[in-house]
Ligand binder design. Structure first.
Ligand code: CA
Length: 226
């Protein structure tokens, strides 16, 4: 079974070792040296597992994990250099799934990454919900069996809502998690995308409105996915 892994690590020698170990096992690895690069990669592709260093140049891995967990349940394995940090990680205060302390054996890393990837795949909470079906590899979403023609942001927005049915996302949360330059964009951009998404869903099923507005709070996908 193969899947994609995102490694966020600023030390090149560690990254090279991880790459070799994962590739030997037939897993594909994308390497980001900073949190900024990781965000960009995640906006472009879907990863089954994230391997995350704690000490990164632009932001700490802990903060990035906390930020991700507001909207994203991709399994995270932490790499940490300090045993003192382990308490924080294993307390799962951060929502991490596993950790290794440096130096670690590449073989052990591979085994743990594979276990996390399999777990994620079994759960597969995002592939189908109500009338929605998401194809992460082709970046496509179908509604009631009909493929939707979506722009990049429409896809990301709908995919996020489908991943957490019933959860209300504020406009600011949606901007921060989905847009490349949230500071440069306006929250009404989110409204515009929601409006066009709704129109596309209505074309398929005029009798349903699966995206709900919560006045003063934001948007959610209905808990039935219909
Ligand atoms: Ca580091």
């Amino acid at each position: 079974m193969s899947f994609k892994v995102l490694l966020v690590e600023d030390e090149i020698s560690i990254a090279d070792n991880v790459r070799m170990a994962l590739q030997q096992e037939g897993l594909s690895l994308t390497h980001a040296k900073t949190v900024g690069e990781a965000r960009l990669q995640m906006s472009r592709d879907h990863y089954a597992v994230i391997v995350l260093d704690v000490g990164l140049p632009d932001q700490s891995g802990f903060d990035f994990c906390r930020e991700l967990r507001r909207t994203d349940q991709t399994p995270i394995l932490f790499l940490t250099a300090r045993a003192s940090e382990v308490d924080k990680i294993v307390g799962f205060e951060l929502g991490a799934d596993d950790y290794l302390t440096k130096p670690f054996s590449p073989r052990e890393l591979t085994l743990r990454v594979r276990a996390l990837g399999q777990r994620g795949r079994k759960a597969a909470p995002t592939d189908r919900w109500g009338l929605f079906q998401v194809d992460h590899e082709k970046f496509r979403i179908s509604f009631d069996g009909k493929p939707l023609e979506l722009s990049r942001y429409e896809f990301k927005l709908l995919e996020l809502l489908i991943r957490r049915p019933g959860v209300v996302f504020s406009r600011a949360q949606l901007m921060q998690s989905l847009w490349d330059d949230p500071e440069m964009s306006l929250e009404r951009t989110v409204d515009a995308h929601i409006k066009s998404l709704r129109a596309k869903l209505k074309e398929v099923r005029p009798d349903l409105s699966p995206i709900q507005t919560h006045r003063g709070l934001g948007y959610s996908l209905s808990e039935t996915g219909k």
